[in-house]
Design a protein. Structure first.
Length: 259
């Protein structure tokens, strides 16, 4: 087993449309574990072969055109679990002696709408899913696109986003309750305590051009795993490449044998 494990999370906004970006990312960073969200692919359409040629196995929970999550790993994944409901938004597995839970939380579209109500119910279901994961594994990493900015520091212009579904206080409260319940720690914030750490910029408003960013992609860890984290960062340059996703990847490194 390596002396450290590099883990990344990335909403790719279509694995097929972004396959060249994914392959380049794997080549540049050589991560041990990659958690992808919004792959928009099924077992039949996911680019397994191209990813395998880069040295990674793929484990996916997908659906046509929407949602979908995947684990890309150098080593085989054990005890794979997936799904809360009919939408493909959760996959978990054990790899490199780490339990990793990859989630794509519903966006919710607009506060007060049925999609927002679904998002809040989904977060309650996630909490119950994590109860089972915690009972079986105790230590785990919860990562992915949470579609929630946890704090004002996670938003470049908080006043402009106050009424956005990404800054919804009810969803924030539910996410904070999940973090408190399992003593989860925010790795990206612990390693980067100041402002200016963002992972998503809206295409529609050219948010990247003005750095009107929001941090909604996180790596959260139980205490012993959090203590073994030696670094975490956002690959902002990836967002500025040709045909990018609207999200930038978040990476982290964990020392092994210290859990």
């Amino acid at each position: 087993m390596p002396n450290s494990v590099k883990l990344a999370t990335w909403n790719v906004n279509s694995a097929r449309a972004r396959i060249e970006r994914i392959l380049d990312f794997l080549d540049r960073h050589s991560p041990d574990i990659v958690c992808l969200q919004e792959i928009k692919a099924t077992e039949e359409t996911f680019p397994y072969d191209q990813i395998l040629e880069s040295g990674y196995e793929s484990y996916i929970y997908g659906q046509p055109s929407y949602n979908g999550v995947a684990l890309l790993t150098r080593e085989s994944v054990e005890d794979v679990h997936s799904g809360l409901d009919t939408e493909a938004r959760v996959i978990s597995g054990t790899v490199n002696q780490m339990r990793v839970i990859n989630v794509y939380v519903p966006n919710g579209r607009k506060i007060g709408t049925p999609k927002h109500a679904y998002k809040l119910r989904w977060l309650d279901a996630l909490s119950e899913f994590l109860d089972n994961e915690y009972e079986d594994y105790r230590d785990f990493i919860l990562t992915g696109d949470l579609n929630v900015a946890l704090h004002d520091i996670d938003v470049a212009h908080p006043d402009n986003w106050r009424d956005s579904v990404l800054c919804d206080p009810v969803a924030k409260k539910k996410m904070q309750a999940i973090m408190d319940k399992f003593s989860l720690r925010n790795i990206i914030r612990e390693q980067n305590p100041g402002p200016g750490v963002y992972t998503w910029w809206d295409f529609r408003t050219r948010g990247f051009d003005w750095n009107d960013g929001v941090c909604i992609d996180y790596i959260l860890a139980t205490p012993s795993l959090a203590n073994s984290c030696t670094n975490a960062w956002v690959d902002v340059a990836e967002r500025d490449r040709e045909r990018p996703s609207d999200h930038a990847p978040v990476l982290s490194r964990f020392a092994t044998g210290s859990q």
